[in-house]
Write a protein that binds this ligand. Structure first.
Ligand SMILES: Cc1cc2nc3c(=O)[nH]c(=O)nc-3n(C[C@H](O)[C@H](O)[C@H](O)COP(=O)(O)OP(=O)(O)OC[C@H]3O[C@@H](n4cnc5c(N)ncnc54)[C@H](O)[C@@H]3O)c2cc1C
Length: 428
């Protein structure tokens, strides 16, 4: 089963292909889904001495986890205000602390496991496309006061030194944020699970789930796993075999492109190794890769499942609208991936019934949140904590069906229109 062609993909041939499940297996825990959520849960359980088996329908990190932008920073897809409205100020703060812990857990895994070829670079710079000095400084002060999380404010002149675009105003630099090659990170986790005795199977989609006494039984085409606990972590690729989960999220696509190499041209626009996010609610995110030779540029979200024919061109237009000087920079490749979004925009982490767990819906903020989601489910199964309950208020709400899809697409277009109006006012 090949990986989708991405910037992260070329080394795929070098990675071992794991066998498909072709027998009956007994385990303490069966994890379904080999993205970062499933891998983290499996790793944390293996670290606690549990016999773990993981089933992946395609290849390890074949889904969003192996295709994403690679930005690692605290936070969720839902804003802090929205979370606070739902759970109150104290639990909202606890949830934010968990999101910080998730980002730190990724860093600790990188250091502790010595994952190869992950190309970690420190620094994430959030930019504003309108005058936002007071707003950004207030955010900086709040994060420092409440969470001891220090960000650095950048004036417009400072921003212009590193990002030569008339679009940008002020920014917030997060020195603890970082970016990496997510596919190689996921592969590093997979190798560690195996080193600890866990078994991973690829090309082994779960087809059905049954209960047999105190155990769950996960059935694949060629075999089955009997386990006391089952964790479903299939993200935006969760299919009809898990109907309750399938009905509770919307698969949302987002896109990334990689430019051809041209360091000299690129340095006329971008002069920082930090990853850049442009602060709009569904804005552009990009970073230099290959030592500044290329740009990896992501953006757009849509409920449309099919990949647009001219995906590269679409993202190229976004890049040139920010940096006209990059008009001649060509696109090498472009790809898409599916994220799982619940209507409340928060992760869905919890228990469906005795021994049946879910760990999904991490949206576009999945690198830190899968790290904490997997950890919390492992802690709960091992009886170490019930911290996962902080996510209970954001349950498996119905996704709204077709109307839900329409509402999400409509909300995205409305956000884009608001952003455009705000910017147009500035440039008139
Ligand atoms: C293009 C893109 C850019 C992004 N950029 C960022 C970013 O820069 N920073 C950030 O924090 N987040 C980002 N995200 C979000 C982040 O990638 C996701 O939230 C996160 O990877 C979700 O992980 P997951 O394990 O839940 O799902 P996935 O990684 O999608 O994994 C789910 C896995 O389950 C498998 N599966 C499905 N059904 C079955 C079955 N029946 N049996 C067995 N296996 C099954 C799939 O094959 C898949 O491998 C981005 C997402 C995309 C798509």
């Amino acid at each position: 089963m090949p990986y989708v062609e991405t910037y992260y993909g070329p080394a795929a041939g070098a990675e071992v292909q794991r066998p498909a499940l072709r027998r009956r297996l007994e385990a303490d825990v069966c994890v379904v889904g080999g993205g970062l959520a499933g891998l983290t849960a499996a790793l944390e359980l293996a670290r606690r001495g549990r016999k773990v088996c993981l089933l992946e329908a395609e290849r390890i990190a074949w889904g969003a986890s192996g295709r994403n932008g690679g930005f690692v920073s605290p936070g969720y897809s839902a804003s802090h205000k929205t979370i606070e409205r739902q759970v109150g100020p104290d639990d909202a703060k606890s949830l934010h602390r968990l999101s910080i812990e998730g980002a730190a857990a990724v860093a600790a895994n990188l250091d502790g496991l010595g994952v190869a070829d992950v190309d970690r670079v420190d620094g994430i710079l959030s930019t504003s496309r309108y005058e936002a000095t007071a707003e950004l400084q207030a955010r900086r002060d709040w994060l420092e006061r409440e969470f001891d999380h220090r960000l650095e404010f950048r004036t417009r002149a400072q921003m212009q030194e590193v990002l030569a675009s008339p679009r940008y105003f002020q920014g917030l630099y997060n020195p603890q944020g970082f970016h990496l090659n997510p596919l190689n990170y996921a592969r590093g986790l997979a190798r560690e699970i195996e080193r600890l005795g866990g078994e991973l199977f690829e090309a082994s989609p779960a087809r059905a789930l049954a209960r047999d006494g105190a155990s769950g039984v996960v059935v694949t085409d060629g075999g089955q796993v009997r386990a006391k606990d089952v964790v479903i972590a299939c993200g935006g690729y969760t299919g009809g075999w898990a109907p309750r989960l399938r009905r509770s999220y919307l698969p949302i696509a987002t896109y990334v492109m990689l430019t051809k190499p041209d360091k000299a041209l690129i340095s006329r626009a971008i002069r920082t190794t930090a990853a850049i996010g442009d602060g709009r609610r569904a804005g552009d995110y990009y970073r230099l890769v290959d030592g500044g030779e290329r740009i990896l540029w992501g953006g757009k979200i849509t409920t449309r499942r099919t990949q647009p024919r001219r995906l590269g061109q679409l993202l190229h237009q976004s890049m040139v609208s920010t940096y006209p000087q990059l008009a001649d920079l060509q696109v090498e490749m472009a790809w898409s991936g599916l994220m799982a979004y619940a209507r409340h925009l928060m992760p869905q982490i919890g228990r469906l019934g005795e021994g049946l767990w879910y760990c999904t819906a991490f949206g576009g903020h999945g690198l830190n949140t899968t790290a904490i989601g997997g950890q919390l489910v492992a802690e709960a199964i091992a009886g170490d904590s019930d911290r996962y309950r902080l996510f209970e208020p954001f349950g498996l709400t119905w996704n709204g069906g077709l109307a839900g899809r329409g509402a999400v697409q409509g909300a995205y277009w409305a956000m884009q229109a608001t952003d455009r109006i705000r910017e147009r006012r500035l440039f008139q």
